[in-house]
Design a protein around this ligand. Structure first.
Ligand code: IMP
Ligand code: MG
Length: 190
């Protein structure tokens, strides 16, 4: 897909029929998750860690719905091989800069697919002596799960499909949309 190509039909792509999660639905879920997190961590030392790049918009919106003192940092990982995961296939490309020892880490993810990224990161922060490591995802995509990950805060469950928008990309494109779309054919013309 290349939106500069003549084959790309913006109007068709951006029309309502491809929207999977609207900006209203996103706002409702973000507010609900923020409330739950505010309630659960009121006696803790919360560190919100967004997983780049996909979670940058969700993290920014979520922290503004958490009514608690907190710290924010970001981490970036790269996964090799999308269809299988064994240890070693996830590589850290940007670490956090704050100490998490004794603190309550909340990992913020845009979408969980195989579960490899989050199972790697949960272990990673547990080894750094975090007091607790919890997971918040906007979307839990269950179809291709390979590693069991306990999800503490989940916006929406979606069974299948490739999604873009609200931070989610295909080849670094489409992140900027306010709604989330189903990309019908990532390798096709449309
Ligand atoms: P996994 O759970 O380790 O397989 O990987 C999750 C990561 O894959 C997410 O953080 C996204 O960056 C990416 N990903 C998985 N499914 C989608 C999708 O439908 N659209 C865009 N990115 C996705
Ligand atoms: Mg991601």
């Amino acid at each position: 897909m290349d939106e500069n190509s003549d084959l790309f039909k913006w109007e068709e792509f951006m029309s309502d029929k491809n929207i999977v999660v609207s900006r209203e639905d996103i706002a409702r879920e973000v507010a609900r998750l923020g409330q739950e997190i505010s309630r659960d961590f009121k006696d803790g030392r919360l560190v919100v860690i967004g997983i780049l790049n996909g979670a940058f918009i969700f993290t920014a919106d979520l922290v503004r719905k958490i009514n608690l003192p907190l710290e924010i940092d970001f981490i970036r990982v790269k996964s090799y091989g999308k269809d299988s995961c064994s240890s070693g296939e996830i590589k850290l490309t940007k670490d956090v800069e704050i100490s998490v020892a004794g603190k309550d880490v909340l990992l913020v993810e845009d979408i969980i697919d195989t579960g490899c990224t989050l199972s790697f990161l949960k272990d990673f922060f547990a080894k750094r002596y975090a007091n607790s490591v919890s997971v918040c995802t906007l979307i839990d995509k269950t179809e291709r799960r390979q590693k069991v990950v306990e999800v503490d805060y989940c916006g929406l469950e979606i069974k299948e499909g490739f999604l873009v928008g609200y931070g989610l990309d295909f080849a670094e494109r489409h992140r900027q949309y306010a709604d989330i779309y189903h990309l019908i054919d990532p390798h096709g013309d449309k």
